[in-house]
Design a protein around this ligand. Structure first.
Ligand code: DHB
Ligand code: FE
Length: 313
């Protein structure tokens, strides 16, 4: 059977993609961000998932504000990078996994989550930036290391789904993956966040205390997080902090008990607190494919600049 072996949380700041595409990763401002993902890229090379499910949000690139699905699953064979105003990013077309994606759609819809099915979809920085952070820079003519199933979540227009609903969808995805007959080792990403607000009087708001608490509870007590109402995200984490509910889909798709094998936090990148976490299921797919041993404890935490509370006000 297929199995989810680990979850990855990562911010998706578009300027990180621009820094990578324009050769600025060695500049001190950006090096601080990219260096926090070096160990994660090592972990990813070592883990070699067969498929990644990436929970992300579209920023009016594929859908526009005319049509906003709450949960949209990418079932296509490929997903080209979207033009976000400066031409498509120079990254490879993302190859999908239509067979597993259709299986997940069938399973979660019968479990009463009414997904939108996307048979044609472009993907924006919400997905391609976390892919670069975890897979590294990949030439546009080369290939990403594994196929990806995109799951786009509405966090751009109210009402977005609740954290509780997101967590339950994650649980349904876990069940779906585990009922797929092939031995696939799957990693699920939750992306976006952490605290940030990019417009209005509170633009620049960052709340490191909130972010740290979120990361702590994501590992140890996610049930505390699923109860957080939208208004608290808005007040405490800024208008765009609501992106963090996407991390709860990732967490819901993991086992109750997980090993936190890596964490990184730095402030700011552009307007955003960059958060990153890697959580491993304890069985970690050893049963599924017999390929590898648990890597828990191998990586260490890094937390740069966690004390900055407000970068602009
Ligand atoms: C920024 C962050 C985002 O999540 C986003 O989608 C766009 C911009 C920023 O920090 O500038
Ligand atoms: Fe965003």
């Amino acid at each position: 059977m297929a199995r989810i072996i680990a979850g990855v949380g990562s911010s998706h700041v578009p300027a990180i993609g621009a820094a990578l595409d324009n050769g600025k990763t060695e500049e001190p401002y950006w090096k601080r961000v990219f260096s926090g993902f070096e160990k994660s890229q090592e972990w990813m090379r070592d883990t070699k998932p067969d498929v990644a499910i990436i929970v992300y949000n579209d920023h009016a690139s594929a859908f526009s504000v005319d049509l906003i699905p709450t949960f949209a699953l990418g079932c296509a064979a490929e997903f080209p990078p979207a033009d976000e105003g400066w031409g498509p990013r120079p990254v490879p077309v993302v190859k999908g996994h239509p067979a597993l994606a259709s299986h997940i759609a069938q399973s979660v819809i019968l479990d009463e989550f009414d997904l939108t099915i996307c048979n044609k979809m472009e993907v924006d920085h919400g997905m391609t930036v976390p892919m670069n952070l975890l897979f590294g820079k990949v030439d546009r003519h080369a290939h990403w290391p594994c196929p990806v199933i995109p799951l786009a979540v509405n966090v751009v227009m109210y009402p977005p789904p609740t954290g509780h609903r997101c967590f339950m969808l994650g649980q349904a995805i876990k069940k779906a993956v585990e009922s797929y007959p092939d031995d696939l080792r799957v990693v699920i990403f939750g992306t976006g966040g952490l605290s940030h607000q990019i417009s209005g009087p509170r633009a620049g708001l960052i709340n490191s205390k909130w972010d740290k608490n979120f990361l702590d509870n994501l590992s140890k007590d996610p049930q505390r997080l699923v109860k957080i109402p939208h208004i608290d995200y808005m007040r405490e984490a800024g208008a765009e902090g609501i992106e963090m509910v996407m991390w709860l889909i990732m967490r819901g798709a993991l086992d109750d008990k997980v090993d936190e094998v890596y964490r990184f936090y730095t402030v700011p990148a552009s307007n955003t607190a960059v958060g990153h976490i890697i959580l491993e299921n304890r069985a970690r797919g050893a049963k599924a494919a017999g390929k590898r041993k648990p890597a828990a404890g191998k990586l260490k935490r890094a937390a740069a600049g966690a004390k900055v509370e407000r970068v602009r006000s």
